[in-house]
Design a protein around this ligand. Structure first.
Ligand SMILES: [Zn+2]
Length: 175
């Protein structure tokens, strides 16, 4: 599935299979007709995720080069490994395509209220806890409004690496 962005990151087209696929993609439970014509940022949770995507999109547009980044697009009880391919055109447009690489059924864990973490990486979907970043399938995840979506250090490093920068380099995504 894919969508196409104009130079101002407005969604101007969405793949015909969107409605059949979007229902199973974690962050994209919006029908095709509700997306086209809107800003991508209306559908991205968290300032940190917006700034991360903005940096990646800027790099693609400036360099005229495509980029692939791994991410997760889990559905309830399904661990889904995905890859996001970003391809610029010559007029500042971007095609963003999601490929499903692997899908594994996983029973969601039940967490007590006090265990439920509040900070999640929007790319790898790991949760930050006292012992670091944990790969949890939570049976009843907290509502999006109670989650702070961020970019974890590993995903930041992966993006910096893909952009050909070390994480401390000027213009990088930080760490
Ligand atoms: Zn991450």
């Amino acid at each position: 599935m894919w969508f196409f962005l104009d130079p101002s990151n407005k969604i101007i087209d969405v793949s015909p299979d969107w409605d059949s696929q979007a229902g199973t993609l974690g962050g994209a439970l919006v029908a095709r007709r509700g997306i086209v014509g809107r800003s991508l940022w209306d559908f991205v949770n968290g300032a940190e995720t917006r700034s991360y995507l903005n940096a990646v999109f800027f790099w693609c547009r400036q360099s005229g080069r495509g980029l692939s980044l791994p991410n997760r697009c889990d559905a309830p009880n399904l661990r889904r490994e995905c890859r996001m391919d970003i391809a610029p055109d010559s007029e500042g447009g971007l095609e963003v395509r999601h490929h499903l690489l692997a899908e594994t059924p996983v029973a969601g864990q039940k967490l007590s209220g006090t265990d439920a973490p509040g900070q999640q990486c929007s790319q790898c979907l790991r949760w930050e806890g006292p012992d670091g970043w944990r790969d949890l399938m939570i049976a009843t995840p907290p509502q999006a409004t109670f989650v702070t979506y961020v970019i974890c250090p590993d995903c930041r490093r992966a993006a910096n690496h893909a952009l050909g920068r070390d994480s401390n380099g000027a213009g990088g995504l930080g760490d």
